[in-house]
Design a binder for this molecule. Structure first.
Ligand code: SAM
Length: 217
């Protein structure tokens, strides 16, 4: 069954979900991703100077694809296309590719400003030569304590002080566990909570938090 994402301009994007769960835990659209998408729809200027974008733990791919469409519609003066790389574990990649292909079919593969890539990036495996990103997004990816170190290492490998902005959104499920993530994160990164007033007035929730994160060393 598809999730239909409604853009504020009335257009929509169908995101295919895998209700049998064959694509892993990201087989369906998680609420945090919607809050991130709507946050960027409300604040598109945050994307104006971003050229190399990574999404970690993309699941269905919804956040990266919506972000790409927002960037496609921004009036950008440059001729160079934005590179948006949607990543996840191997098991999730076919679903992300399916959703990307549907988007490209809808737009006749004719995007002027954005190039999408889908690639495996498993936090537990050593990365091979990824670019430094100027924007990284990730939603609902901080629930597993055993993955905190490799996830932070992955963020560190993709980011650079004063260059990279990271937007992380998660739904609070286990405060003690999630607090441990931020304690570990603070060794290398500084972070701040995005104020509710900056979020979409409808797509916000008391237990879903949007953090902006930057490398400090
Ligand atoms: C709760 S889902 C969220 C999916 C998507 N971001 C969303 O909000 O709809 C967590 C995602 O993290 C991914 N993930 C889990 N462990 C991972 C790992 N070791 N490396 C990369 N991605 C991982 C899962 O495959 C899944 O897509």
């Amino acid at each position: 069954m598809s999730y239909i994402y409604h853009f504020n301009d009335g257009s929509q994007l169908d995101i295919i979900q895998d209700l049998n769960g064959n694509s892993g835990i990201g087989s369906t659209v998680w609420d945090s991703s919607l809050i991130l998408c709507k946050f960027f729809e409300k604040n598109p200027s945050l994307l104006l100077k971003k050229n190399v974008v990574y999404e970690l733990g993309s699941g269905t791919g919804i956040s990266g694809l919506v972000l790409g469409m927002i960037m496609e519609n921004l009036k950008r003066s440059q001729t160079k296309k934005v590179q948006i790389t949607l990543t996840d574990k191997e098991v999730a990649l076919s679903l992300i590719k399916l959703n990307l292909n549907n988007l490209l079919t809808k737009y006749n593969s004719n995007l002027k400003s954005v190039d999408f890539n889908v690639t495996k990036l498993d936090w537990l495996e050593k990365g091979v030569g990824y670019d430094v990103a100027d924007l990284i997004i990730l939603t609902d990816c901080v629930h597993w304590e055993n993955l905190f170190d490799p996830l932070i290492e992955t963020l560190s490998n993709l980011s650079q002080k004063s260059v990279t902005e990271i937007y992380l959104v998660y739904e609070q499920r286990n405060f003690d566990c999630e607090a441990k993530f931020f304690i570990k994160l603070s060794n290398k990164f500084k972070f701040s909570l995005v104020n509710n007033s900056e979020l979409d007035p409808v797509f916000r929730a008391e237990d879903i938090f949007v953090f902006k994160i930057e490398k400090k060393i």
